[in-house]
Write a protein that binds this ligand. Structure first.
Ligand SMILES: O=C(O)c1ccc(O)c(O)c1
Ligand SMILES: [Mg+2]
Length: 629
């Protein structure tokens, strides 16, 4: 698939944008007129800069308010076009995007517009240039690609073609199958954008809220499959107007864009009738069977505290690494690894972030294939030296520079803990706490990184997202987005912090970046767990007694149940499927904590309780920092 992106999609000045676009791996770039006008160099300088980066200019845009003008304006309109042609020739591009007229003086009329395009086509042909016509969703007379195509068809000029833009078509819910009957050589280029479903004015939605394919809610894959069915195999060009991206990091926005196109190409390739689309094949999205382990980087001193907490949670040390200062703590299917190595990546991570859950392992069907897919989707591979005879686990970099290891049962990977570790007996007196498996991994990221990680997880692993929810922290809002699979064997919550006074924001600021802020474990008997934890000396997060009065009234709970919940500091929620019980630890370090949940068919994450949980956790924070638990 030939990939391109419009300069308007990226923040910064033109040279910075081009560098980021080239670095991300795009082949082409649309030059937006404003980016060119704000730049001091000549069009020829811009053209050279583009080509020096190994890029091609896919088009120059936009040319506005052209077709269907009254006679009084027509000459001036053509004069304007000739000026654009001059710039295009100097830039070194042959295609201009003409978007449908929004001028109140424009007259409409399919044949009038077709005649204008024929005349423009004649002028363009003299210079070896081409005209692409795009229907804006808010065009005055033309706001539907089917009408734009009819105009192009009637203009019947080899230098005049159609430009499709997924946003304009999908925002108006136009039947995408209407694309399948357009001849491929009349589609001059295809622009792609997704967007979150928000009910608002089309123009405002388009200019401020577009995002990368896969980041929003529009059926961009089906749109692209319809395009591919025509046999079109030219550039697919991202055109993303987004306020957040404009203020973001050029490099990471460009990288997300590139990933989104590769992901899209792979999905479209799997749809029927799209064989002519040239995309490299790659393994399908990896099905995750569970979380194999979560690993903490720490030092000897902090490890003592951390291990103390793990033991109160009912974990026992079950294995020690043969050659490294690494131990495994286990309970049910949950494996937590404590790594106090004084060299290597883990230690470097500890030096930057302090004690943190910096790595997790996902169990997939075939780790090699999952790794290949991740790398094809621009994930950064990670490897480190392993001693002879030890298992090398494939890994990629994840949130906050942490790691995602990939395990499977096909190879020695499934036996890494037997090969690399020796079993040990934990001498401590620990009451088992009925914890069965990891329910979810909660990662805290900066708000403007949320889409990056959403795309990362959903493109590599077979997952879906659920609608974003706002969680109220006494000091601001934290946005929470779930990425999960259908079976529930992978559940990740991404919490986006906008300011450093929220619990999530504090965590990011004080641990120098994004990362896992909490781990939730499943139990099948929350009250038995609470009792075991009490025996182990676990200190639960204290929940305000006022909460229980409200929850009892809200759900009509049996007062006896409310009393039990209150006695154990257990939070309660219910959805249309079932009930949910949550028990929290206090905070560790800069705001890390544990959660224990019991799901009785419940599908959510207890969002209505988050406000109370956050308030309770924040009470543990003192101005001088967070106390140890
Ligand atoms: O918002 C606009 O005006 C605009 C301009 C050019 C495009 O290609 C587009 O999709 C929108
Ligand atoms: Mg467009």
């Amino acid at each position: 698939m030939k990939t391109s992106i419009a300069t308007v999609s990226i923040s910064g000045e033109l040279p910075e944008k081009l560098e980021a676009i080239a670095k991300a791996g795009f082949g082409g770039v649309e030059i937006f007129e404003n980016d060119f006008l704000a730049f001091d160099g000549s069009p020829a300088d811009v053209g050279k800069m583009v080509r020096d980066h190994g890029l091609e200019i896919t088009l120059f845009q936009p040319f506005r308010d052209f077709e269907g003008m009254p006679a009084s304006h027509r000459q001036r309109t053509f004069d304007r076009a000739e000026r654009k042609f001059d710039v295009m020739q100097e830039l070194g591009t042959d295609l201009v995007l003409v978007c449908s007229n929004v001028s109140p003086v424009s007259l409409g009329g399919v044949d009038r517009a077709a005649a204008d395009f024929y005349d423009l086509g004649e002028r363009a042909a003299k210079r070896g240039l081409r005209i692409g016509y795009e229907a804006l969703a808010w065009g005055r007379h033309v706001n539907d690609h089917r009408d734009a195509w009819e105009i192009v068809r009637r203009a019947d000029h080899p230098n005049v073609g159609l430009i499709l833009d997924s946003f304009h078509t999908l925002s108006r819910k136009i039947d995408i199958n209407s694309i399948r009957s357009i001849p491929k050589d009349k589609i001059f280029i295809v622009q792609l954008a997704d967007a979150p479903l928000i009910d608002m004015d089309l123009l405002y939605w388009s200019r401020h809220f577009r995002n990368m394919p896969g980041e929003g809610d529009l059926p961009v894959t089906a749109f692209t499959a319809a395009v591919a069915a025509t046999g079109y195999d030219g550039y697919f060009s991202l055109e993303i107007f987004n306020d957040q991206f404009r203020g973001g990091q050029a490099r990471s926005i460009a990288a997300d864009g590139h990933r989104s196109l590769i992901y899209l190409g792979d999905q479209v390739r799997r749809a029927p009738g799209t064989e002519t689309l040239s995309v490299a094949s790659m393994p399908d999205r990896a099905t995750v069977r569970g979380v194999g382990f979560v690993e903490f980087s720490t030092d000897e001193e902090d490890a003592a505290d951390l291990i103390g907490i793990l033991r109160t949670l009912g974990f026992r040390k079950t294995a020690a690494h043969r050659s490294k200062k690494v131990s495994i703590f286990q309970q049910g299917d949950i494996r937590l690894i404590v790594n106090t190595e004084e060299k290597g990546f883990t230690n470097a991570s500890f030096a930057v972030h302090g004690t943190s859950a910096y790595a997790m392992a996902l169990i997939v069907d075939d780790a090699k294939q999952a790794f290949a897919r991740a790398v094809a989707l621009d994930a950064e591979p990670f490897s480190q030296p392993v001693a002879a005879g030890e298992v090398e686990i494939p890994a990629i970099r994840g949130v906050g520079g942490g790691l995602i290891y990939l395990l499977d049962d096909q190879s020695d990977l499934g036996r890494f803990s037997e090969i690399d570790f020796m079993p040990v007996e934990d001498e401590a007196e620990i009451v088992p706490a009925h914890l069965l498996r990891i329910d979810h991994v909660a990662q805290t990221v900066a708000y403007d990184e949320m889409l990056t990680w959403l795309l990362f997880y959903s493109s590599i692993f077979e997952t879906h997202k659920t609608p974003m929810v706002d969680i109220i922290d006494p000091a601001g809002v934290v946005r929470s987005q779930v990425v999960e699979n259908a079976s529930g064997s992978l559940r990740i919550t991404l919490n986006g912090a906008e300011n450093r006074r929220t619990l999530a924001g504090h965590f990011i600021a004080e641990t120098f970046g994004s990362g896992i802020q909490h781990l939730a474990f499943d139990t099948d008997d929350i009250f038995a767990t609470a009792e075991a934890l009490r025996k182990n000396g676990f200190r639960p997060l204290h929940i305000s007694p006022n909460y229980y009065g409200d929850v009892e009234a809200r759900f009509g709970l049996d007062p006896e149940l409310t009393e039990r919940l209150k006695a154990e500091n257990i939070l309660y929620d219910r959805d249309e499927h079932g009930e949910y019980f949550q028990l929290y630890s206090g905070t560790y370090g800069e705001g890390f904590f544990f959660e224990i949940v019991e799901r009785r068919n419940y599908r959510g994450y207890g969002a209505p309780n988050a406000i109370f949980r956050i308030a309770a956790l924040k009470k543990l924070m003192r101005p001088e920092g967070l106390p140890k638990m």
